[in-house]
Design a protein around this ligand. Structure first.
Ligand SMILES: Nc1ncnc2c1ncn2[C@@H]1O[C@H](COP(=O)(O)OP(=O)(O)OP(=O)(O)O)[C@@H](O)[C@H]1O
Ligand SMILES: [Mg+2]
Length: 438
């Protein structure tokens, strides 16, 4: 929370009047126009006018809620610098935190079904970036995306454990059972506010409003893991299952409306709301999680494998996917006495891996499947033009969408403008799917 002392300093610097400072400090606490108007007993128009003066004095152009987001970002960045200066020159008077506007909940942590992450390798850069987004840049909605098994769930737990001291409430929830938005919120509301007087509002819309209001008053971190459970299979990536469309509104409002909390979601597929709202300076971001890289060696070491010279091609073959590497390491241990060299001289794939990738392929749309089969039959990476020529019965826009969707699922890779399948995906596609069409 930004301190009043700091806001007063910046108000003097920018020549803000007392009434503008009042509105600014309430807006920075996450209150909307109506709440500010009622708190100060002035009209909504008067609030907007004072805020517009503030934007001008900060030289923030543009329209609508984006301006408030930009202002928040400027102030948060300046506040970080201010705190750093305070640290570097300790004889300055200490920064006093602003008084809370409503009673603070006791620090609460509820890890639900979060897995144990005591064995966790690498991901230093990823943790740093996500920490910057959530703590320094105050992102409100962050999507951690990537293929099944790549480590989204594990990273979400590690990150939340690392950041927990910055939040009053931390809740980790799995969406594996695919609850409706209404049910999810009916369960979350008493978890956030366990007082007996808490009343769960009736409609989904009111429940979302309750949550956002709570998020304005209290800094919370809520992790929703496995959002792909509410998305359709057999369609392009990111389309809600029937009956789950209200999630669209939920995620859009979490990203658009000002509050001081963060919802981190993990998903194999990107949601349309995220694509629409995300940006480098937006409070909505997505992070595509790639393989573990060199840290994957530690998984092979932990499994007691040998033949270290061949570890790199093995890791590369599975694109550093920790789940696939764990699967294959078990087979190598059992069948090849742990020797990676022996295993690689025979094959790169096992039945377990086929089953695992088959589950991922089961979610594809018909066109995605056709594109995948075609790419699997190519020995080298091919250009979009060549692909388009092959699919001349389909519009280029549809082929582009199918390719985008496949790459979001990490099933297609792009290299120098050409498309190719990762080796494991290629192999399994050739084994499982229908032959190449003419
Ligand atoms: N950094 C890591 N260090 C060690 N093990 C890891 C790491 N990341 C993931 N794992 C292990 O790999 C396996 C898969 O990870 P995880 O469940 O997090 O993947 P996921 O991306 O959430 O997959 P899905 O989309 O199927 O839910 C787990 O057994 C997990 O413990
Ligand atoms: Mg997961």
């Amino acid at each position: 929370m930004i301190s009043q002392d700091f806001l007063k300093t910046i108000a003097t610097e920018r020549n803000l009047s007392k009434s503008e400072l009042e509105v600014l400090s309430l807006a920075m606490e996450g209150h909307g126009t109506a709440a500010i108007a009622s708190h100060l007993q002035i009209s909504g128009d008067a609030v907007r006018k004072r805020l517009s003066e503030v934007y001008q004095k900060f030289k923030i152009p543009g329209r609508g809620p984006v301006k408030l987001t930009k202002l928040q970002q400027i102030l948060v960045n300046r506040y970080q610098e201010y705190l750093q200066q305070q640290k570097d020159t300790p004889n300055r008077p200490p920064v006093s935190e602003s008084p809370p506007t409503s009673p603070q909940p006791q620090n609460r942590r509820d890890w639900g079904e979060a897995p144990d992450v005591s064995v966790f390798y690498g991901r230093g850069d990823e943790l740093k970036t996500l920490e910057r987004w959530i703590i320094q840049e105050h992102c409100r909605l962050v999507a951690l995306l990537g293929m099944s098994g790549i480590g989204k769930t594990a990273l979400s737990v590690k990150l939340a454990k690392q950041l927990q001291d910055n939040f009053e409430v931390v809740l980790w929830r799995s969406l594996r059972q695919a609850p409706s938005v209404s049910d999810l919120l009916a369960a979350l509301i008493p978890d956030l506010s366990p007082q007996p007087e808490t009343v769960i509002p009736k409609t989904p819309d009111q429940r979302i409003s309750w949550l956002i209001d709570y998020f304005r008053q209290h800094r919370c971190l809520v992790i929703l893991d496995g959002v792909e459970s509410i998305l359709q299979s057999g369609k392009l990536a990111g389309i809600y299952r029937e009956g789950y469309e209200e999630y669209g509104d939920f995620f859009r409002r979490l990203g658009e409306e000002p509050h001081q909390s963060c919802v981190l979601i993990t998903s194999q597929e990107k949601l349309n709301e995220i694509s629409l709202l995300e940006g480098e300076t937006s409070p909505v971001r997505s992070f595509k999680l790639e393989g573990l890289g060199d840290a994957a060696r530690l998984i092979l070491k932990e499994k007691g494998l040998s033949g270290e010279k061949k570890w790199h091609p093995l890791i590369q073959g599975y694109r550093g996917n920790p789940f696939m590497l764990k699967l294959v390491a078990t087979t190598i241990k059992e069948v090849f006495d742990g020797d990676v060299t022996d295993f690689l001289s025979t094959t790169l794939f096992t039945h377990d891996i086929s089953d695992f990738i088959e589950e991922v392929l089961d979610r594809l749309s018909e066109l995605e499947e056709r594109v995948l089969v075609y790419l699997a039959h190519q020995k080298e990476a091919i250009s979009f033009k060549a692909l388009q020529q092959h699919f001349s019965d389909t519009s280029p826009q549809e082929v582009i969408r199918a390719l985008g969707s496949l790459s979001q699922r990490s099933l297609v890779e792009k290299s120098e403008g050409r498309f190719i399948l990762p080796p494991a995906v290629r192999e399994v596609t050739l084994q499982l799917m229908t032959p190449l069409e003419d």
